[in-house]
Design a protein around this ligand. Structure first.
Ligand SMILES: Cc1cc2nc3c(=O)[nH]c(=O)nc-3n(C[C@H](O)[C@H](O)[C@H](O)COP(=O)(O)O)c2cc1C
Length: 353
């Protein structure tokens, strides 16, 4: 039986090093979603037994971010929630990073999803505040470096991941298996995961959790326009594409008119983000699609896991379905591992005659 509302603390059917590290019920991390993972969404996942992450960059200034932390603490009750710290390659855009971490610590946040280059300083600050750092990357080598830098766990996302999977072209489960040959800290695996059977598969591989984004885009608690969510429910797994390939920082998004306009400009030689103007900014999608429902405008982060999104429903219902599928698949695997009764040489010979 799985809850359709709040997960009951202590109900841990698939217990892992990450569920223990973060004190969560289920091995599901809902990675930060730029513009979308606000207090309501993050708290809904916390209450459902997963861990989600507020994205400070989504807010208009520190006061709005602080208010989101306060609201999320209240709405999550006693369940833990996290903050995503995505570092930009442009130093000027990281000016607030240390302050964002401090504010989160003041509001009781005990887990951070860090992303981007050189996380050492962030990890030191997070540890000094008594919290845990999970560093997310798209390359096995970067995950290993994060482990050396002191990350408590790593999240590895393959080429299927919605958003910015980096230039890594390898699929998630291949990256995960390669990483697990060398990692010692717990690992969450992500990219293209939208069904509970994949959660069981990731755990069977040796991962301690999954990280998911796209599948939760159709949660009732996601504030984006209803027309966009209805459109997403109808999309097959093939509906995503990789935009901005020539830039060196590709972006996995919903295939739409903006993607085709970007491709047209690339054919005319445009390469860098600045050359595409407003077209390649997240704000375009926020203003036209998330706010107004026009899913043809903006680069809208999304991956092939959208093929599993079949209804707009509360995040807790999605988590409950995922966990029911995962435990069923894990039981199937466990039953296959039951030792086959030894067959005597005589009986084996008789069966062949
Ligand atoms: C709409 C959307 C926005 C995202 N924004 C961010 C972000 O701001 N920072 C980040 O680290 N990851 C971001 N991601 C990536 C997710 O946190 C997660 O790693 C990814 O979605 C997992 O792959 P999946 O989409 O195949 O489930 C975003 C993903 C989506 C779908």
């Amino acid at each position: 039986m799985f809850p359709h509302q709040d997960a009951k603390p202590g109900a841990r059917p698939l217990r892992t090093r990450i569920t223990e590290l973060l004190d969560i019920e289920y091995p599901i991390l809902a990675g930060g979603l730029m513009w979308l993972s606000d207090a309501r969404y993050v708290a809904a996942l916390a209450r459902a037994g997963a861990m989600a992450f507020i994205t400070p960059r989504s807010f208009d200034g520190p006061e709005a971010y602080r208010a989101a932390l306060r609201d999320c603490s209240r709405m999550a009750g006693d369940r833990p929630f996290g903050v995503n710290i995505t570092q930009s390659r442009r130093a000027a855009e990281n000016a607030m990073v240390a302050a964002w971490i401090d504010m989160a610590l003041e509001h009781g946040v005990r887990c951070f999803e860090t992303v981007g280059p050189s996380p050492e300083r962030l990890i030191a600050q997070i540890h000094a505040g008594g919290a845990k750092a999970i560093h997310k990357s798209a390359f096995v080598e970067h995950a290993l470096k994060a482990e050396q830098a002191g990350a408590d766990a790593v999240a590895l996302v393959g080429a299927e991941a919605g958003g910015h999977p980096g230039t890594n072209k390898l699929p998630s489960f291949l990256c995960g298996a390669l990483a697990l040959q060398r990692l010692t800290v717990p690992m969450a695996l992500g990219g293209g995961i939208g069904d509970g059977r994949q959660i069981a598969a990731a755990l069977a591989l040796g991962a301690d959790a999954v990280v998911m984004g796209t599948r939760f885009l159709v949660s009732e608690e996601i504030w984006a326009h209803e027309n966009y969510k209805r459109h997403l429910v109808e999309q097959p797994a093939e509906a995503s594409t990789l935009a901005m390939r020539a830039s060196g920082n590709p972006w996995r998004v919903l295939d739409n008119a903006t993607v085709r306009e970007i491709e047209r400009l690339e054919q005319h030689g445009a390469r860098h983000y600045a050359e595409f103007g407003a077209l390649a900014t997240g704000r375009l999608g926020r203003d036209h699609c998330y706010r107004q429902g026009d899913w043809n405008t903006g680069l809208l982060s999304m991956g092939p896991a959208i093929g599993f999104a079949d209804a707009i429903e509360p995040a807790a219902s999605i988590v409950a379905r995922l966990m029911a599928q995962a435990t069923q698949a894990a039981s199937r695997l466990a039953s296959m591992a039951t030792p086959v009764p030894a067959v005597s040489a005589d009986a084996a010979l008789a069966s062949r005659l």
